[in-house]
Design a protein around this ligand. Structure first.
Ligand code: PLP
Ligand code: TYF
Length: 390
């Protein structure tokens, strides 16, 4: 039967990891896959996480099953950081540990599809390439609309509002909580309020993907938009990833939070989340969530983690500032948030950058600013100039 299968394209972002590793040139620059890198180009295990792992190694006395909901204390400790103290304490809230933000997106889509078969989700483009396929695989009907003008590097906010004004009550709206992937262009506070009003007025269900909290303007600041929208919504979902802000990537650490209309509905949500977890992965992987829980339980480790995260965000901002200062045509980079910016470069420019200059970026023209060392700013600008990227 397997001969009937059509060949599937490989993930072009992940393929870049191998292509970059195979390039023997010493001065190559990796602006591809979205992981944080320090000034030496490393993606280290964060010291607070390492300390928590050391404690786990010493004190964990069992690896027996926990259950489909995973580490409940992890989900509870994380909630106020994401949602704020008030929403985290809401009786309308249900939460579950998931394998990364990706698992949370899939589970959230399946939950909505179970409650309302054929439900629609509105997705602004460009977006993370996995969004549409994961939401679709979860049973939702994806309607995309244009949300960013790459040539002008602007959010098409009016077009966004016009698109979402056509959404029906109960439709889901996928929103990037902060540090938009791939553009780095986030709504400002006033625009989040307009979105919140629209959600409330039309009875829409925000599904906020928060995968980079703390890597933009700050832990609290990066959650402000999400909290504004959730405060206005009767029902909402949050797919959360700890894989970037705790540096846990391959340990697949995340959570899904769901706000229901009332406490009784939240109970139904919780039991459905557990049932969906069971049929997908039975139980989520423990290690990353246990490490995060330990970090958040201990004041000294939590403070250390906050400090490390703030330093990571600081480095990303320093790279953005340096790039913008060096090249006025990249001034927009300094005003954007998080790891990414999406340059409006065509395919031939992107390929020439790889082949001639050893500069690797996503096929879309997305660059990961954390992949750039301050000492490489001049070389990147010269390479962009040489391929006619401006
Ligand atoms: N959402 C966005 C926007 C992302 O960039 C990522 C990155 O991987 C994810 C979700 C998923 O994160 P995770 O690796 O935790 O599944
Ligand atoms: O956008 C990125 O680069 C990160 C990492 O299938 C990633 O979100 C990329 C592709 C993928 C999973 C994670």
């Amino acid at each position: 039967m397997f001969e009937a299968l059509a060949e599937q394209p490989s993930d072009s972002l992940l393929a870049l990891i191998k292509a970059f590793a195979a390039d023997p040139r010493p001065g190559k620059i990796d602006l591809g896959v979205g992981v944080y890198r320090d000034e030496e180009g490393r993606t280290p295990v964060m010291a607070a996480v390492k300390a928590a792992e050391t404690i786990l190694l010493r004190e964990q006395d069992s690896k027996s099953y926990l259950g489909p909901e995973g580490d409940v204390a992890f989900v509870e400790r994380l909630a106020p950081i994401v949602l704020g103290a008030e929403q985290a304490a809401s009786p309308r809230l249900a939460g579950i540990q998931t394998p990364g933000g990706s698992g949370a997106l899939r589970l959230g889509a399946e939950l909505v599809a179970a409650a309302r078969p054929g439900a629609r989700v509105w997705l602004g483009m460009p977006s993370w390439p996995n969004h549409a396929p994961v939401l679709k695989a979860g049973g939702l009907v994806v309607t995309s609309y244009e949300a960013v003008d790459l040539a002008g590097q602007t959010l098409l906010f009016e077009a966004m509002i016009a698109a979402l004004s056509q959404a029906a009550a109960g439709d889901v709206v996928l929103l990037h909580g902060c540090c938009h992937n791939p553009t780095g262009i986030d709504p400002d506070a006033a625009q989040w309020r307009v979105l919140a009003d629209l959600v409330a007025r039309r009875g829409l269900v925000p599904f906020v993907d928060l995968a980079y909290q703390g890597l933009g303007r700050g832990l609290e600041e990066d959650a402000e938009g999400l909290r504004t929208v959730l405060a206005a919504a009767d029902e909402a979902l949050v797919a959360y990833s700890c894989d970037k802000n705790f540096g846990l990537y391959r340990d697949r650490t995340g959570a899904l939070y769901v706000l229901a209309r009332d406490a009784r509905a939240a109970g139904a949500v919780a039991s459905n989340l557990k049932a969906l977890s069971r049929v997908n992965w039975s139980m989520p992987p423990d290690h990353g969530a246990a490490a995060v829980r330990l970090v958040l339980e201990r004041d000294d480790l939590a403070a250390q983690w906050r400090g490390e995260l703030a330093a990571m965000a600081e480095r990303i901002r320093a790279v953005r500032t340096a790039l913008a200062a060096r090249e006025p045509r990249l001034a927009f980079v300094a005003a954007q948030n998080g790891l990414f910016s999406n340059l409006a470069i065509d395919r031939s420019g992107i390929e020439a950058l790889r082949a001639r200059h050893g500069v690797y970026m996503a096929d879309s023209g997305r660059i990961n600013l954390a992949g750039l060392r301050l000492a490489e700013v001049d070389r990147l600008v010269a390479a962009l100039d040489a391929v006619g990227a401006f």
